[in-house]
Ligand binder design. Structure first.
Ligand code: G6P
Length: 611
């Protein structure tokens, strides 16, 4: 999703801007651009559709000490050079913008009446004209931005420069993350600290309504009432180590294979001999768990699928659990029972809908808020009473893999902590907890085994590459795993993939089954196996082609219409984590055959910071 980088320094900042944009590529975007104030105090701007590499080809000779840059993910106006950012008002002011301005139409009409002309279909162009109009009326750059944001409705993270203020970068935020990186006699602005890894360790996070006036040797921040305010200086722990492919063809493949190590990290220091330890989950964890009677989980995308799996665990353990998509949750009324813990799940910690849902939940009487997150320096973490980090390490591939399985592991730890309270057990848990803890310890080995099935999965993937539709089936806690498998396939191979609870097959999707629609099924050896087998017979009877990920003892065997991939027997509680791996590999290898842009699938973004 859109990314912002800005810099003011004594050196030429074009390379810094380009490097920052490259580091933000993982968020997903469709065009890129930059603008600097050059030595003649003129704005020099370049924009290109497609990758940052395309922008690099056209920035020869663009030099300056002050500049802004952007990767755009289209919302208003198609991906095109004239819609890319920076947006300019004549040659005077340039703006980069993340977010959506809701009253852009009204402002556009006023500006047209005042004689401004428009060169884009973006909502952003009204911002730059508005700033320009205030400057033309005598305001300096900072006060022009202050006046402008007071007139905007909607969400924004802004970087603004003007040729009339050749030493000043103004940044403003409401509803869209923005931070200030502090260098040595040079300062930066970015929507995500990963853009600034080589140039700044220290940073300040802007809060909603803040406007910053950033110069080479000073940063002044003003709050929403335009009063000067201090923001805490933090030190970033991000490093470059995880942004290298290390010999893999794609980050997605690397991240699938990293799951053994990632899950080891998730568990590190959190397990006692037989139990889950609570103190390492956070200093207020015990107090928050003690106050929890039931939970509400809100999330988006893959994180939502993780929540759907965890609901089975929570409810089996006696903890009432409700799960909802964030974009739906935030637009309806709620009844909140006393003792309800509000849980968000997010790999990025920046998903706008999830953040907005949390903001809304805070006024609704939830007892506490907890976030399951992979990004230590993120908005959701800052806004939650407690965060349990997933410790997956940086995930670059847009299609989430290790972030998902580590979310599942983290949610299991949480479920076991709440189980003790629900069942009135003491700190030593009970046999069930002891058994699950041992299974969790064995996860890295079991994942290694699942990864070793890759060659068989490559053979299977060949049957999908020429297909346009597919169906994924699962039952119980493997229904959301089927949903996640279908999501992966559609995200990166662009094959339409739909997931169904296998028991629902006969209520509709069976009508679609024929030899051209592969049917994937997840078949662990649990209490629903026999039911699932009957559902698979329904598919076979209609000439469907089955691809079954089955427990080695399931009794499901390959034949002309059925290709079975045997998964080593695994404890039922952690089976969803293991069965995820072959589904990830399947989608990866289908996409590889199809030659799609696996790490940056079309139209998608890693971090979705608009509604
Ligand atoms: C985007 C990403 C998905 C992710 C979803 C929710 O769509 O491409 O991989 O699952 O956002 O993101 P979050 O960061 O909140 O988990």
């Amino acid at each position: 999703m859109c990314g912002i980088v800005g810099a003011v320094a004594s050196r030429d900042i074009t390379p810094v801007l380009l490097d920052g944009l490259r580091r933000l590529e993982y968020r997903g975007y469709d065009s890129a651009g930059l603008a600097v104030v050059n030595q003649d105090d003129e704005i020099d701007a370049r924009r290109a559709v497609g990758r940052v590499a395309a922008l690099e080809e056209i920035v020869n000779g663009v030099n300056g000490h002050l500049g802004i840059a952007h990767t755009r993910w289209a919302t208003h106006g198609r991906p095109a050079e004239h819609n890319a950012h920076p947006q300019l008002s004549s040659t005077d002011v340039a703006v980069v913008h993340n977010g959506i301005i809701e009253n852009h139409q009204e402002l556009r009409e006023q500006q047209l009446a005042a004689g401004y002309t428009f060169t884009s279909e973006t909502d952003t162009e009204v911002i730059v004209h508005q700033i320009d109009s205030h400057m033309k009326a005598g305001a300096d750059l900072l006060s022009a931005v202050q006046k402008t944001v007071d007139e905007l409705k909607g969400a924004y993270g802004l970087g603004v420069i003007s040729r009339h203020a050749p030493n000043t970068l103004v940044a403003a935020r409401r509803g869209s993350p923005l931070l200030i990186g502090l260098g040595e006699a040079e300062n930066f602005v970015a929507s995500d600290m990963s853009a600034l890894i080589p140039v700044a360790r220290k940073y300040m996070v802007l809060e909603d309504g803040d406007i910053a006036c950033v110069k080479q040797d000073s940063v002044q921040i003003f709050d929403q009432n335009h009063k000067p305010i201090e923001r805490k200086v933090l030190v970033s722990t991000l490093s470059d180590a995880e942004t290298e492919l290390e010999g893999y063809a794609h980050f997605m493949k690397k991240e699938i294979h990293e799951q053994t190590r990632a899950i080891t990290e998730t568990l590190e220091g959190r397990l006692g001999a037989n139990t889950v330890l609570e103190i390492p989950l956070g200093k207020n964890a015990k107090e928050i768990f003690d106050a929890t009677k039931e939970i509400k989980i809100v999330a988006c995308g893959t994180s939502y699928n993780a929540a759907c799996v965890a609901r089975y665990w929570f409810e089996e353990f006696g903890v009432r659990c409700d799960v909802e998509i964030a974009s739906e949750y935030r637009y309806r009324k709620h009844v909140v029972n006393p003792g309800t813990l509000f849980v968000t799940i997010s790999q990025s910690g920046e998903t706008l809908d999830t953040m907005a849902a949390l903001d809304m939940a805070k006024g609704l009487g939830y007892t506490n808020t907890l976030c399951v997150c992979n990004a230590p320096e993120s908005s959701l973490v800052r806004a939650s009473d407690l965060t349990i980090f997933t410790h997956a390490g940086r995930e670059i591939g847009v299609a989430s893999t290790k972030a998902f399985t580590t979310q599942l592991v983290t949610l299991m730890l949480l479920a076991l902590c709440l189980r003790r309270r629900a069942l009135g057990l003491d700190y030593d848990g009970d046999e069930v907890e002891h058994e699950i803890v041992q299974e969790l310890r064995s996860l890295p080995n079991q994942i290694e085994h699942a990864l070793s099935l890759e060659d068989e999965i490559i053979a299977m993937s060949k049957h999908f590459a020429d297909k346009h539709h597919s169906l994924f089936l699962g039952r119980g806690m493997h229904f959301p795993i089927a949903v996640e498998g279908a999501l992966k396939l559609k995200e990166i191979s662009y094959i339409h993939a739909e997931a169904y609870a296998a028991g629902e097959l006969k209520h509709g999707p069976l009508a679609l089954v024929d030899k051209d629609m592969p049917v994937v099924a997840v078949a662990p050896n649990d209490e629903l196996l026999e039911k699932l087998k009957s559902n698979l017979e329904e598919v076979r009877a209609r000439g469907g082609q089955l691809f079954v990920f089955a427990d080695a003892h399931s009794g499901i065997v390959s034949d002309n219409d059925t290709m079975v991939l045997n998964v080593a027997p695994v404890n039922n509680h952690i089976a969803p984590i293991i069965y995820t791996i072959p589904l990830q590999l399947l989608s990866y290898h289908v996409a590889l055959i199809k030659g799609t842009d696996i790490d940056k699938p079309r139209n998608l973004a890693k971090s979705v910071t608009v509604e």
